[in-house]
Ligand binder design. Structure first.
Ligand code: NI
Length: 188
């Protein structure tokens, strides 16, 4: 299983490279890696597991964060939590060669600050993101898929696709004025 120490830190130059397109069929190793990524993200969002295995919580991961320069991403989005039973419900996305094909004019940002499994510190500032976007890519079998994402999920896709292009969220924060143009964007 993946552990937090397997994830590259922001100082690692490999995070700055442009990842290469995935070709099909996928290798067994790639498929196994994707499943490990999803398992990590899911477990990291379940408190007992995160504590037990010392996992930093995250909702998305790009292959390059494990040092694999291939264009695929995984996102695990919690859509429901039942307090009575303690049951989490997640939706999972594993997307090869993802591309944003359209997006809203409206832009949003995470009020508490965006986070990244490769950035192990609090970073203040606004990361402007499209409030809604449509992502096209391929599933693990090579079938074309299209996802309409909004709000937090939309941010997650933009964040992970940035990783494939060597971009970290901290790059998108204005260095001189981290809260520049705040009034132009909606906080979520
Ligand atoms: Ni990240």
């Amino acid at each position: 299983m993946l552990r937090t120490k397997d994830i590259l830190d922001e100082k690692d130059k490999r995070l700055r490279q442009i990842s290469e397109e995935v070709t099909f069929p996928l290798t067994k190793e790639d498929k196994a890696q994707m499943k490990r990524m999803v398992a990590y993200l899911r477990d990291s969002q379940i408190e007992e597991k995160a504590e037990k295995y010392d996992l930093r919580p995250g909702m998305g991961m790009a292959a390059i964060q494990l040092g694999i320069p291939k264009r695929y991403i995984t996102i695990v989005n919690e859509i429901d939590f039942d307090e009575e039973t303690g049951k989490h419900t997640f939706e999972t996305y594993i997307v090869m060669n993802p591309k944003i094909i359209s997006h809203s004019e409206e832009m949003i940002y995470v009020e508490l600050g965006e986070g990244c499994l490769s950035v192990n510190r609090e970073v203040e500032g606004i990361v402007p993101r499209y409030a809604r976007c449509t992502v096209e890519g391929y599933d693990m079998d090579g079938h074309k898929i299209r996802i309409r994402a909004r709000e937090e999920l939309s941010i997650a896709f933009q964040h992970e696709i940035d990783h494939l292009n060597g971009i970290l969220f901290i790059d998108r924060i204005d260095q001189k004025n981290p809260f520049k143009n705040q009034e132009k964007y909606r906080a979520i």
